[in-house]
Design a protein around this ligand. Structure first.
Ligand SMILES: [Zn+2]
Length: 318
């Protein structure tokens, strides 16, 4: 953990305004976007109650650590809060090593929770091997796992739950709430699980490939709360997601697009990157920045580090 903090500090000092403003949080003052996201102003801080598992950690221990893993064209995010660990999606087939390395970096040996945003191969291909290795205790899904993934979950003894809006779980020093889907449309992307994570008074949102009615439901829910500090952009930056209505509701400060270089879909689109930037968000992508790591301190300070460049994206693929 110490090594990771040093790494983050080095990354912050080595890449100019981008990371130093991100790292300043509420401690550093100044006019950075992060500093204006006042943790706890809406009672979000009150929702964060350390569980007994985290009671041994000091105030300096992070509230949440996230690695948006560079899995090429797909999604995978590894989470750690106190003694608790989680994984949101497992990338395409062949992602096992990259996701495993991220989980190892977070000191994870067994997963407490697996969230599968939806059953598309770019989110689930790596999961059979990861489930076998990390035996998640619980999983949240929409729909039914099939084939190798279904049998891996069965063999791991994972308790699988259908996720709908309003489902919550407290973990470590954080809280997870499903904000979409409300109902089901039958389209896997539309029905993606959208997860709101609250930790250290910050709000992080992971969207899967949410679009249409599902994204609208999530956007309306986010519009009722404080701005989103970190948004994992839906559907790899496809123009069919991240509508201006959603962006207006979410008001994201930092965003991460999980996307592969040279993908055949033209992700991320210029349109979405520009829309996010126009809304005042900083845009990172696994394509340019590599794996993107974020530490949220218990006081709400955000620290970023990257395996490649630390430069934010200014435009899409064209
Ligand atoms: Zn996808």
């Amino acid at each position: 953990m110490l090594a990771a903090a040093v790494l983050a500090a080095l990354a912050a000092s080595g890449c100019g305004a981008a990371s130093s403003s991100a790292a300043s949080g509420r401690d550093g003052g100044g006019a950075s976007a992060a500093a204006t996201a006042t943790p706890g102003s809406s009672g979000a801080g009150g929702a964060v109650s350390p569980t007994p598992a985290a009671s041994g950690s000091s105030a300096a221990a992070p509230a949440l650590r996230v690695v948006f893993v560079d899995v090429g064209q797909g999604d995978a995010a590894a989470l750690r809060s106190g003694a608790w660990s989680g994984l949101v999606d497992g990338g395409p087939q062949g992602s096992e090593a990259a996701v495993g390395a991220a989980l190892a970096k977070l000191g994870v040996r067994r997963l407490d929770m697996l969230v599968i945003s939806h059953f598309h191969a770019d989110h689930t291909g790596g999961l059979p091997a990861l489930v076998k290795r990390y035996r998640p205790r619980r999983a949240w899904v929409v729909g039914k796992a099939k084939g190798a993934l279904a049998s891996a979950l069965r063999r791991a003894g994972t308790v699988v739950k259908q996720a709908r809006r309003g489902l919550t779980a407290r973990f470590g020093k954080a809280k997870a709430t499903v904000i979409a889907p409300g109902g089901l449309s039958g389209d896997a992307n539309t029905d993606s699980i959208v997860l709101l994570l609250q930790a250290g008074g910050r709000r992080l949102v992971l969207t899967g490939d949410s679009t249409g009615a599902g994204e609208a439901t999530a956007g309306a829910s986010l519009a009722r709360g404080p701005p989103v500090d970190v948004l994992k952009v839906a559907h790899h930056g496809s123009r069919s997601s991240t509508t201006s209505t959603f962006t207006a509701g979410a008001r994201p400060r930092f965003t991460v697009i999980s996307v592969g270089a040279g993908n055949s879909y033209g992700h991320p689109t210029d349109e979405v990157v520009l829309r996010l930037r126009k809304a005042g968000a900083r845009v990172y992508s696994t394509q340019k920045n590599g794996s993107v790591s974020l530490t949220v301190s218990s006081r709400g300070t955000l620290r970023w580090s990257f395996t490649h460049s630390s430069r934010p994206l200014t435009r899409g693929v064209r």
